[in-house]
Design a protein around this ligand. Structure first.
Ligand code: C2E
Ligand code: MG
Ligand code: MG
Ligand code: MG
Length: 289
């Protein structure tokens, strides 16, 4: 055995690689199991607000995985893993299905209709039939495309594997789905695509918000993006708004949608209902008597 190892240089690195890979591979099979059972996965919701009035204007669905042994695992960790190991299509379908089920539940309990924004991974666009998946879910839950918004990152829009995303996004937009660019400003930042691709909203990445209002460069970038977006008739959402000072700056700069810990962390559906959504009519009538 030692002889064989000696002949093949690359094999020498196996032990170190194994140490690195095994925990990940363990997580992959755990994720596979989580998709089968379904009960370790949950959608959390983070609200979006008008910064001056606090009015609730929409929400984003954010995936959570409560691992039975390791506790909460961040989507920043398990989404790339799912993408690398062929689980993203299934995970993405699970998210869309749950988002629609939640919207239908709220629609049936007299809650006001707000767009629920869902994060769409590159692989869902390249490999899956997103259009059919969305249409099937909307029909099953008797929803319209106005109930669901699609968040795509810049890197997805400009990924060469995607070919020209224009026609597909145009088709989705024509069907009534709103499309937002997530993490705007952190990708390739080739602004030309804003002219080429059908987009309704820009989500200004929290990297530009974090040091507001003190950082002059960030302040200038945020103002410039807002002014450009106005010229292009695009809405802007500021992500990662954590303080009143950031909020005030954004109000003054003309940004009228914000999302961040200042208004709410991502929370389970039940918590969102209690905190933000008005009570169903029946309950209100009771409370009034
Ligand atoms: P994202 O779509 O840009 O989502 C915003 C992230 O910023 C969320 O992290 C949210 O919890 C966090 N955040 C919101 N407000 C604040 C704030 O005021 N301060 C700070 N420090 N953070 C804030 P989260 O939930 O950990 O998600 C991370 C990323 O994982 C998301 O970034 C998104 O790219 C991805 N992701 C989450 N759920 C899904 C999903 O269902 N499908 C796909 N494909 N990706 C998802
Ligand atoms: Mg997002
Ligand atoms: Mg984002
Ligand atoms: Mg982000």
């Amino acid at each position: 055995n030692a002889k064989r190892l000696g002949r093949n240089q690359s094999l020498r690195f196996r032990p170190a690689l194994d140490k690195q890979d095994n925990p990940q591979l363990g997580l992959v099979s755990d994720l596979r199991a989580a998709l089968v059972s379904g009960d370790q996965l949950e959608l959390y919701f983070q609200t979006q607000h008008h910064p001056a009035t606090g009015d609730l204007v929409g929400m984003e669905a954010l995936l959570r995985w409560k691992h039975p042994r390791d506790g909460m695992i961040s989507p920043g960790e398990f989404i790339p893993l799912a993408e690398r190991h062929g689980l993203m299509a299934e995970l993405g379908s699970w998210v869309i299905e749950k988002a629609c089920a939640q919207q239908a539940h709220w629609a049936n309990s007299d809650m006001p209709t707000l767009t629920m924004w869902v994060n769409i991974s590159a692989l869902q666009l390249f490999q899956g039939d997103l259009e059919t998946l969305l249409a099937t879910c909307l029909e099953r839950y008797r929803l319209t495309p106005a109930h669901i918004g699609l968040e795509l990152t810049e890197s997805v829009l400009l990924d060469e594997r995607a070919g020209d995303m224009g026609p597909r996004l145009k088709a989705l937009q024509a069907q009534g789905y709103a499309i937002a660019i997530d993490d705007f400003g952190t990708g390739y930042s080739s602004l030309g695509y804003l002219k080429r691709l059908p987009v309704d909203k820009i989500k200004l990445d929290r990297a530009f918000i974090r040091e507001l209002p003190g950082d002059q460069a960030d302040a200038a970038i945020v103002k410039a993006v807002l002014s450009m977006a106005k010229g292009l008739s695009l809405d802007v959402i500021a992500e990662g708004v954590e303080t009143k000072e950031q909020c005030d700056f954004l109000v003054n700069a003309g940004c009228y949608i914000v999302q961040g810990f200042y208004f709410s962390r991502p929370v389970p559906a039940s918590e969102l209902e209690q905190r933000w959504l008005p009570q169903p009519r029946a309950a209100m009538a009771k409370a009034g008597t």
